[in-house]
Design a protein around this ligand. Structure first.
Ligand code: RIB
Ligand code: CA
Length: 306
């Protein structure tokens, strides 16, 4: 069974990614949180509530960095709502966060199980960068490193950069230059993973789980017959579950950190200058199979939750 440690900033699509993890056969070994969509206190409170709501057992939730390495804070509450979960209201968590800091948790967890754990990041890469700086060998210990972030075509928070990269460009640059091959699920594919009316209709009958999925997705964007909000972060988890859903190509990705208008841009060169790629970049997705995988996992989880 593939083990996963997820670093996230819940966040509506982070929540849907955690729900996908909960309904999958992946073994979640830890959740770490970072400031991103909303402040760290809220991303952490949301992670704690989601852990209990999704019946994730005693998986540790460990908070990390509140803000970027050097930049001013960038938030997306206008997208995810003041709570960070749109109009979804979950019972407040009973159990507390784990002791310690996310960076130590990431380093110690990967050190204890070299080659076994896939590190997934669905928020700004601040915790990941600090972990790499603290212990560069995590790039060897991680079984894989999969992110939702970046784009080789366009931005979303601004024309040049995707939010997770824009929120901490210096951290993203450290992560891409660390020596592993980053599996980059960028906007190029995640913008195709949209909740249309037909998808929402399959979420509605899912009992308690629908109490999260429907109001969260409904807040995340307008839903029509052939368009809707993209559940970006779920693509990173879906990649771990079944990488064949995605077409990928090797590339050299450099993160812009000095541009006035382009900071956070993931400059992607598929010609792989120097002959050594630092990323495997998703360029296509089988949308129909993606939704069969996601909704199948949600239906399985719903049977457990009631
Ligand atoms: O650009 C999309 C990403 O930014 C997602 O991870 C979303 O949760 C936000 O953090
Ligand atoms: Ca996120």
């Amino acid at each position: 069974m593939t083990k996963v440690l997820i670093d996230c900033d819940p966040g509506i699509d982070d929540a849907l990614a955690l729900a996908l993890l909960a309904g999958s056969s992946l073994e979640l070994v830890g959740i770490t949180t970072v400031g991103g969509n909303v402040d760290l206190a809220l991303t952490t409170a949301n992670a704690l509530s989601l852990r209990e709501f999704l019946d994730l057992g005693d998986v540790p939730v460990t908070p990390g960095s509140a803000g970027a390495l050097v930049r001013q804070t960038v938030r997306a509450a206008h997208v995810h709502g003041v709570s960070g979960l749109g109009e979804a209201v979950l019972p407040p968590a009973v159990r507390p966060v784990a002791d310690g800091h996310a960076v130590d948790f990431i380093v110690n967890t990967l050190r204890a199980a070299p080659g076994e754990i896939t590190l997934v990041a669905t928020g700004p890469l601040t915790n990941i960068a600090l972990a790499v700086r603290r212990e560069p060998r995590i790039v060897e210990w991680a079984r894989d490193f999969v992110i939702m972030g970046g784009s080789y075509t366009r931005g979303n928070h601004n024309p040049a950069a995707e939010f997770n990269m824009l929120a901490d460009p210096e951290a993203a640059a450290i992560a891409f230059d660390a020596g592993w091959t980053v599996k980059m699920l960028g906007l190029d594919v995640t913008l195709k993973a949209v909740v249309t009316r037909a998808v929402l209709d399959r979420m509605r009958p899912l009992g308690r789980l629908a109490d999260l999925l429907v109001p969260a997705a409904g807040f995340y964007g307008a839903i029509t017959e052939d368009s809707g909000p993209a559940i970006h972060d779920a693509c990173a988890v879906a990649y771990v579950m079944d990488p064949t859903l995605f077409g990928c190509a090797p590339a050299v990705v450099n993160v812009e950190t000095t541009g006035t208008y382009t900071s956070g841009m993931t400059v992607t060169d598929f010609k792989v200058p120097g002959g050594r790629p630092n990323a495997l970049v998703a360029t296509s997705v089988d949308v129909e199979c993606f939704w069969e995988l996601v909704l199948g996992a949600y239906e399985k989880l719903a049977e457990r939750l009631g």
